[in-house]
Write a protein that binds this ligand. Structure first.
Ligand code: UT7
Length: 330
């Protein structure tokens, strides 16, 4: 069987305009700019407009990515959206993005994998490119966590922002040096209850009580999640590096999930990484869940920081508890 290689051929982002900064949060809960900055590295985050949903920003990101790849929507063979804040419980956000892009008769579906949603969807796309079935797949990581945030809970409300990031994963040509070198995805369901939106699903359908008790918002045991995040992202990175006989000296850039600056620093230390190789934009956006990595990738490629031929290791961790990494030559 012929095996093809997959590469990232285009990137894009859709970022809401409205900014919520630490001083705004000081007026909402008992917190301070200083606490938030020192404990998380965040200064501000973006908030989706009241009349906008996940698919709106995902579509902007998708159009942006198509432009950068020099492709038309009709060139796409599949659309996958990694999200935990879909427009609706059903249909999938990917189907709405498909309608917005004006394409028909291709598969479109969402993947619920928490913050590593984009790593999971990229891994799926990689398989369809490598086995020769598809040529171009739209892979989106998009989340609107502010829509499910409890702005009375200072443990969580300071963390989250909204954004969408898109990448197009395409078949590489024979002479291309760009390729997805390897990918790893994993989950540990035994800890699913550390990070959960309890209400709204079949376990706890919406009721007056569930709304009154704010069960439709994020619940997180931050401390436990923190420790698992460092451990899981480290072991995923280590697995991928070992499998490819690489060490961190051979990596040009690492883009970690942007959940907390202290998690990023602890991961960098464990990986013995020079901090200048780690791409961070947490200060501006906070934790945008599945969007953190594709947004940071798009920004870094458009600014010229990440260049053609660079080796980039991306890694994430989140609700599930899921984790995963993607090793790419750009
Ligand atoms: O994207 C998925 C992955 N998500 C994550 O990885 C998030 C992981 N968790 C975290 O980032 C951190 O655990 C938090 C930022 C959520 C919390 O930081 P922490 O250093 O773990 O704080 P803590 O929960 O241990 O709380 C320390 C103190 C507590 O007060 P006492 O009990 O020591 O008096 C909290 O009540 O800080 C207090 N606190 C706050 N104080 C001011 C908690 N949140 C705030 C706040 N402002 N916003």
């Amino acid at each position: 069987m012929v095996r093809y290689y997959a590469k990232i051929s285009g990137t894009g982002r859709g970022i809401p305009e409205k900014i919520l900064n630490n001083f705004d949060l000081e007026k909402m809960v008992e917190t301070s700019d200083e606490w938030i900055k020192t404990r998380t590295g965040m200064s501000e985050r973006r908030v989706a407009a009241d009349d906008k949903a996940c698919s709106d920003y995902a579509t902007i990101a998708a159009e942006h990515a198509l432009q950068s790849a020099g492709l038309a929507a009709r060139d796409l063979d599949m659309i996958i959206v990694g999200t935990v804040t879909a427009d609706y419980a059903f249909p999938s956000t990917a189907c709405i993005v498909q309608r917005n892009l004006g394409v028909k008769n291709i598969p479109a579906f969402d993947v619920s994998a928490g913050c590593p949603g984009w790593i999971y969807t990229s891994n799926i796309a990689k398989q369809y490119i490598e086995n020769g079935i598809n040529r171009h797949i739209m892979v989106i990581g998009a989340d609107m966590l502010t829509k499910i945030t409890n702005y009375k809970d200072r443990n969580t409300c300071i963390l989250f922002g909204d954004a969408a990031g898109a990448t197009i994963i395409s078949r590489a040509s024979d002479i291309d040096i760009s390729r997805i070198i390897d990918a790893d995805i994993s989950a540990d369901g035994s800890n699913w209850d550390l990070l959960v939106q309890p209400g709204g699903g079949s376990r706890m359908p919406a009721s007056y009580k569930s709304v009154r008790e704010r069960q439709h918002t994020v619940y997180m045991e931050g401390n436990k999640v923190f420790k698992l995040a460092v451990k899981s992202m480290f072991s995923s990175c280590e697995k991928v590096l070992k499998r490819n006989n690489l060490d961190t000296n051979s990596i040009d850039w690492v883009i970690p999930h942007q959940a907390n600056m202290r998690i990023i620093e602890a991961l960098g230390k464990k990986l013995k990484l020079d901090i200048s190789k780690i791409i961070v934009n947490i200060e501006k956006y906070g934790n945008t869940s599945a969007a953190t990595i594709p947004v940071a990738l798009d920004e870094s490629m458009r600014s010229g920081k990440i260049r053609h031929g660079d080796i980039v290791l991306m890694t994430s961790f989140g609700a599930g508890m899921t984790s995963g990494s993607l090793l790419v030559r750009i």
